[in-house]
Design a protein around this ligand. Structure first.
Ligand code: BTN
Length: 321
């Protein structure tokens, strides 16, 4: 039994009332001294719990942290987030996820308050200060390696729809930047370990600039980046957003596994700000300009060049012209 979870659950359940140490101890069949130890430990995790002699304990508030206990409470998923590993700080959740993946079950989540070496696409660094949402999900799908880009597109729409759940309208800039008012608010880094014809595991890493003040970001980033706090004027409930996101991701993942990728692609097109725009795509090897006219089943952007020919790009940086 997770005694701390039981204690917090009971205290929350009694709302504004005090509940005595004795009552808690009887309920859990442990001593009052043990109850006191668990209360102390919960306080050190950041929970505010009032205690008054002869009356007992009262729950005041949970810390503003993405603790597994808080995320799992009211989580509606079947397997996404059933196993959550939490770190106050870590180099990168994607790196940790890769290390742990062989031993982990499908849907395991690695989440942190702050990354010291956050990884972005195309070998870039990803700035990850406290207040953001930085997490990775480990998946073990039975799919061929070249289907990975589909999962990246899928994650983009899950983020947009989870934001919609909390009243925030966002769009997708190819391949997987989630933007608000054309500024990036979330990045997705999908990494894979695969054999020639099968995938061992996939890591979907999601970084959302949630409760981040713009002056915490390096000046160069402020031109093209925003945060949920900046756009809404408020701190958002990060736990609620993570719960909603895990729920959306699980539903979309099942849709994908059930062979309905078309449904995902249609939603991607609906949320895309890239289609029907003149774009410049910069890859490691070349740079092309043209009109973004479509997205194909592999997640490749289809670009119509000025001479009318069509080019497909599976990855790269997209600049709107
Ligand atoms: C991008 O460049 O747009 C992708 C950024 C992805 C950042 C997230 S934060 C959580 C996970 N861990 C990482 O190191 N990167 C991803």
């Amino acid at each position: 039994m997770d005694y701390k979870e039981e204690i917090i659950g009971t205290l929350r359940g009694t709302q504004d009332q005090f509940i005595s140490g004795e009552e808690l101890a009887d309920q859990l069949h442990i001593s009052r001294t043990m109850i006191w130890k668990y209360i102390k430990s919960l306080r050190s995790e950041g929970y505010t719990i009032e205690s008054v002699t002869n009356r007992g304990y009262k729950f005041i508030e949970a810390p503003d942290l993405m603790l597994p206990r808080e995320i799992k409470k009211d989580l509606k998923t079947e397997f996404f987030g059933k196993q959550i590993y939490y770190y106050n700080e870590i180099d990168s959740t994607n790196l940790k996820a890769k290390e742990m993946a062989p031993e982990c079950v499908d849907g395991t989540v690695i989440i942190t308050e702050r990354q010291l070496k956050g990884r972005g696409r195309m070998g870039k660094q990803w700035y990850s200060p406290p207040g953001g949402i930085w997490f990775s999900v480990i998946l073990k799908p039975d799919i061929p390696p070249d289907h990975i880009y589909r999962l990246t597109l899928m994650a983009g729409i899950s983020v947009v729809e989870a934001l919609e759940d909390i009243g925030i309208k966002a769009r997708i800039k190819w391949p997987n930047d989630v933007t608000i008012n054309e500024k990036k608010v979330c990045g997705i880094l999908t990494e894979v370990e695969a054999q020639m014809d099968c995938v061992n595991f996939v890591i979907i890493g999601i970084g959302i600039d949630a409760n981040i003040e713009m002056d915490m970001l390096p000046a160069i980033m402020r031109v093209s980046t925003t945060s949920l706090k900046e756009e809404t004027g408020n701190d958002i409930d990060r736990v609620l957003l993570v719960q909603s996101l895990l729920d959306r991701l699980e539903k979309d993942y099942n849709t994908y596994l059930n062979g309905n990728f078309d449904l995902i692609l249609n939603r991607w097109k609906e949320y895309s700000s890239t289609l029907n725009r003149r774009v410049k795509i910069v890859t490691r090897f070349k740079s092309i300009e043209g009109e973004a006219v479509g997205i194909d089943h592999d997640g490749a952007l289809v670009i119509e060049m000025d001479d009318g020919t069509l080019e497909r790009e599976i990855t790269g940086t997209c600049i709107y012209l």
